[in-house]
Ligand binder design. Structure first.
Ligand SMILES: CC(C)(COP(=O)(O)OP(=O)(O)OC[C@H]1O[C@@H](n2cnc3c(N)ncnc32)[C@H](O)[C@@H]1OP(=O)(O)O)[C@@H](O)C(=O)NCCC(=O)NCCS
Length: 189
């Protein structure tokens, strides 16, 4: 369906967020990989630095879908998968931190940006985290990802730390920021 940046959107494109509960169709997997490739090529920000081969990318997403402690959300704009967010639950033995879930891999591919897709991904991720019984969402982000930082702060995430040696991109060390948000006030009583 998709072809890099050649997506033709309607005048008011519809944003839909879905929790992935089984295997993706071949078309959806292609769109997800296209979306990821384009996001990595434009600066990534969610781990990948270089474009992996397509079979590696497909295996990566397949792995995420099948790991029980991972919840994958995908966003669609006019029906085409254009971004993701992943919630990582703590392992069962980690009783001391069983109230906190980690949000990772939030991205929206370049052609789908500024339509409110990431805001809706984040809103849905928070909704699911609450439904799953979590009280806190933690995340970290490169200091250079200004759009993401602005998004997180607008949705009430509070910065609590900075790691000066967080990521290496094209040989350059980049700092990272750590954020947290209480999504269920019972944690603070
Ligand atoms: C950050 C990112 C997910 C935003 O996606 P998006 O769908 O365009 O974001 P939205 O349209 O929902 O915008 C929501 C808010 O994010 C912030 N934002 C988004 N793009 C921005 C930009 N280019 N500059 C500044 N703020 C921006 C704003 O606060 C915006 O609210 P506003 O529209 O009221 O100003 C997207 O730019 C992206 O994928 N970037 C690369 C990957 C990345 O950094 N991921 C986070 C890793 S932890």
């Amino acid at each position: 369906m998709s072809d890099g940046n050649a997506i033709k959107l309607s005048d008011k494109p519809e944003v839909v967020i879905e929790k992935v509960t089984g295997e993706l169709s071949v078309n959806d997997m292609n769109d997800l990989c296209d979306a990821t490739d384009a996001a990595i090529a434009s600066g990534g920000g969610f781990g990948w630095v270089k474009l992996p081969a397509r079979d590696i990318m497909e295996r990566y997403w397949h792995g995420i879908i099948t790991i029980p402690t991972r919840t994958l959300l995908v966003s669609r704009l006019d029906g085409v998968i254009c971004g993701t967010a992943i919630l990582i639950a703590p392992p069962k033995n980690n009783e001391a931190q069983n109230f906190a879930v980690q949000l990772t891999s939030l991205f929206v591919t370049p052609w789908a940006r500024r339509y409110g897709v990431a805001s809706k991904l984040l809103e849905k991720a928070e909704e699911i985290a609450i439904e799953d019984g979590f009280s806190v969402i933690n995340l970290d982000v490169r200091e250079t990802q200004k759009a993401a930082i602005s998004l997180y702060e607008a949705r009430g995430f509070k910065e609590f730390g900075r790691n000066p040696y967080y990521a290496r991109v094209e040989g350059k060390i980049i700092a990272g920021l750590y954020y947290t948000k209480i999504i269920n006030p019972e944690i603070v009583v």
